[in-house]
Design a protein around this ligand. Structure first.
Ligand code: FAD
Length: 376
């Protein structure tokens, strides 16, 4: 029997790291077990957008804002690169401008801090945005950009230095019969296990995770060459994104916009494409994405999807000589109706998954809530 810990976490993606942080902050002796040599799941494959503006009003938006607050504490203390750039949703069509106007009208009572900007205001803060045809934009100051590849690689070192969290990479958790944990062919004595295994529903508590009704979703992404001398400013989204995030469902004219997109751009609906852009410290643009579910998922990326993403990108971004430096896809698990899933199959095990496309945004807030409930 190997070393003892108070708590083990399976998975060093953002959910595993966020749970390790809150547990260690509360004085628990924590070990994180990650099956790969480095985390390489959804948490390193995303835009790095901490994006409260996408969460629906009420509890989820409050969780996102709390999560953002904790993210900022962690990022400042650890010195990990981040920028509080905010976000812009750009409108080039009347129906998009109408949705943004409806959203902005309700924003104060729904708890969002945002404003409609004129094209001139956009030009001042976001010089790479295409001005031709721009009608208006929704500015929100709350979004924060991290480089996911860097943040997920550096957070374990910081958690170890600051809170003595121990990491075992290349060490899959293969079984747990409390307090006996099996990982990497060894046994450990650990009274509680948190499973933050992303889209893996096969290894730990498969009877719970496979019956939970979650679906897997594949997203295609691209990253450009660096633009060292040009800054994007706020992270960008445009009309297609208004039909993606649940926050805009409060807008009465959203169904008409959805119908227009379905009529004019059916291939964007077919692959669930909306287009966003973020820019990291070294100047690369991260671009995406598409949404393909379950049986549609293959290991092979579809170049037609990348072409659709880049075509739409050009409608709102002027990125001269854009070259694609890398292409990849990521897979996450989501629940059709719940924004996240927490299961407690025994008093010793907590499974947290199903955060879908908002795991970076919600991570620290959700983990705080789960750990608080467990330690009550
Ligand atoms: C392309 C893409 C873009 C996205 N963009 C954004 C965004 O900009 N903002 C946002 O908020 N969200 C975004 N998301 C969603 C977000 O990335 C995910 O919700 C989040 O990363 C999920 O984190 P996780 O820790 O649950 O899973 P993962 O990051 O997949 O981590 C799970 C980890 O568990 C490990 N593991 C699994 N089983 C075991 C085991 N038995 N033992 C040990 N280790 C194990 C895996 O190796 C993996 O490292 C995006 C997702 C994708 C795919």
């Amino acid at each position: 029997m190997d070393q003892n810990y108070d708590v083990a976490v399976a998975g060093a993606g953002i959910l595993g790291l966020a749970h390790a942080y809150h547990l260690a902050k509360r004085g628990r002796r924590v070990a994180v077990f990650e099956r790969s040599a480095k985390a390489c799941g959804a948490s390193i494959r995303n835009f790095g957008m901490i994006w409260p503006i996408g969460q629906p009003p009420g509890a989820m938006h409050r969780m996102a804002m709390r999560s953002r607050e904790i993210w900022l504490e962690v990022l400042q203390e650890s010195g990990i690169w981040h920028e509080r750039v905010g976000s812009l949703h750009l409108a080039y069509r009347e129906d998009e401008a109408q949705v943004l106007s409806e959203f902005a009208q309700q924003a104060p009572s729904n708890g969002y801090d945002c404003a409609l900007w004129s094209p001139a205001q956009v030009a001042h803060c976001a010089p790479m945005v295409r001005q031709s045809g721009l009608l208006t934009a929704l500015w929100s100051p709350t979004e924060v950009c991290v480089d996911p590849r860097q943040a997920i690689a550096e957070l374990p070192c910081w958690l170890n230095r600051r809170y003595s969290v121990e990491f075992h990479f290349g060490c899959a958790v293969t079984g747990y019969d409390a307090p006996h944990l099996q990982a990497g062919g060894r046994k450990w004595r650990v009274p509680h296990l948190y499973v933050c295994a992303g889209d893996d529903t096969q290894t730990l508590f498969p009877e719970v995770l496979q019956n939970a009704g979650m679906v897997r979703c594949k997203l295609q992404m691209l990253r450009s060459q660096p633009y060292p001398d040009r800054r994007l400013g706020p992270m960008l989204a445009a009309g297609l994104t208004l039909r993606h995030y649940r926050s805009f469902e409060v807008c009465p004219s959203l169904p008409a916009l959805r119908r227009r997109v379905a009529d004019e751009m059916p291939e964007y609906d077919r692959y669930g494409i909306h287009v966003m852009a973020s820019q990291h410290g070294s100047g690369e643009l991260t671009l995406g994405d598409s949404h393909e579910y379950e049986e549609e998922i293959t290991p092979f990326d579809n170049p037609a999807i990348d072409a659709l993403i880049l075509d739409y990108l050009q409608t709102f971004l002027e990125a001269p000589d854009l070259q694609i430096a890398s292409r990849w896809h990521g897979i996450y698990a989501k629940h059709p109706t719940h924004p996240f899933c927490v299961f407690r199959p025994t008093s010793n095990a907590t499974l947290v998954t199903g955060v879908g496309g908002a795991g970076m945004t919600l991570s620290f807030g959700l983990a705080e809530q789960v750990v608080h409930e467990n330690l009550l």
